[in-house]
Write a protein that binds this ligand. Sequence first.
Ligand code: HEC
Ligand code: HEC
Ligand code: HEC
Length: 443
Amino acid sequence: MIKRLLAGAVGAGVLGGLGFLYYAWYPPIATIEPPKASSFSAEQIERGRIVAAEGYCAECHTRTDNGGGPELAGDYKMETPFGAIYSSNITPDPEMGIGAWSEEALRRSLRYGVSRQGVHLIPAFPYDHFTKMTDQDISDLYAFLMTRPAVHMARRPNELPFPLSLRIFQAGWKLMFFTPGVYKPDPSHDALWNRGAYLAEGNAHCGACHTPRNLMGAEKKGSMYDGAVVDAWIAPPLNDKNPTPTTWTEDELYQYLRFGVAPLHGPAGGPMSPIPHRFLSQVPEYDVHALAHYFADVDHAAERQGHDKAALAHAMEESKKDLIGPNTLDADARLYQGACGACHYNAAPMPVLGRPELALNNALWLDEPTNLYQVMLHGLTAEEGQSGIAMPSFYNALSDTDMARIAAYLRRTRTTLPPWTDLEKKAADIRKTVKTIPVNSSH
Ligand code: HEC
Ligand code: HEC
Ligand code: HEC
């Protein structure tokens, strides 16, 4: 009896394995002569430019270390918890890039995460979102990519440990975590909402940073937009778990995504900064409105807005107290006033646009002081956040103890939340992630 059961189990195992190999196997797609630029219309290339901007292709496919590299030629280093990964060259160079790829090959790579050669791609390439793109968008994107300058440049090999380095492993990952398929419009919502959802869940892959991941690096299904750590920054929750005291309304979202700064919530810093400046600034108004419209629904802005007036008045009141001057007996308040107070104070009725109100900024309201430390250590350049306005880096000017005291002081006086713990250790940890000391560092 046991023998028969065992044999059955082994048989099922073999069959399962064969089934898996069948599932995992994709044939190579034949190479083509790189298409002539004249085979695409100017309108199609222009539409493709917008699709590429909305998917930030150039962000991950342009080298930034080693002195930088040509746009879209790849070799961008991505640190993952499993080891460094380098992106591919997606210029139309037939040898190093995708010049010999047909449109069908590009479509398969975006929709199924498989290269032209039939190799399973690593989900650091967010095909789990790109899979939702329409055929039309992929076709336009193809026209845009195939008409970029070809760059003959190789990428460095990935640094993934065995067995993650085995491409078949990626097929197993897909089996567990990946559902391919074009976005399906939700008929209970209007066209603007569906456009926003299509972009957010698909090409613009907001969840790739804002949704927490499991131990296998897949986005957690039931925790969409709950907030996550990315590159030693916190990408805050975008749903009603967002802790900032005033609501992310459709207009605040629009301003933030369009101009990189929201009147109440402040600037887009760190890994968020290129999204408004480098990418969404290049796309039609309608699409930015659609994203804002969709996320205002995701965070239930309409139901939450009731408290905003009181929250704003309270924030202005607390901020004003630091205007009283350096006579205060509170040593932490004096430290804050000396380092930050000259620029960060506000009074009723509204914060001044170039002077972000810290009492309303996510940096003070998140579960960890991560983003506050990042901003203190890096500052913000004139290109980040609100265009043309900068904050100096305090990398040299403030010790870990100073940063911890300022963090504790702001959390205590500007929020109604419990104090952060282990502040000095966390300051040291975030400092270690700073690779080059910012040049705008004050002394
Ligand atoms: C978050 C970073 C990221 C973004 C954004 C991104 N990619 Fe990639 N892409 C990668 C990485 C990393 C790889 C390499 C994956 C691997 O080695 O398995 C890759 C691989 C690819 C490949 C496979 C190339 C080959 O030779 O096998 C194509 C095609 C591609 N990306 C196209 C795009 C396009 C088009 C966009 C914009 C719509 C885009 N990528 C946006 C990270 C990214
Ligand atoms: C590469 C990672 C990344 C991607 C992709 C990304 N974000 Fe962000 N986002 C962040 C980080 C990090 C922050 C925190 C920035 C800061 O505090 O200055 C942030 C902040 C935000 C905030 C402000 C939240 C708050 O409470 O202050 C909003 C709103 C936002 N992102 C929306 C979006 C939308 C919409 C998309 C897709 C169109 C998107 N993000 C894509 C990383 C990302
Ligand atoms: C010289 C003026 C100046 C000083 C001093 C200064 N800041 Fe700023 N800070 C700014 C400006 C301007 C911005 C907005 C920059 C932008 O929009 O690009 C900003 C933005 C911020 C943000 C929002 C970042 C985000 O991504 O949402 C935080 C948090 C912050 N500052 C904290 C501090 C702290 C803490 C100190 C003291 C250690 C300090 N600042 C000192 C000018 C200053």
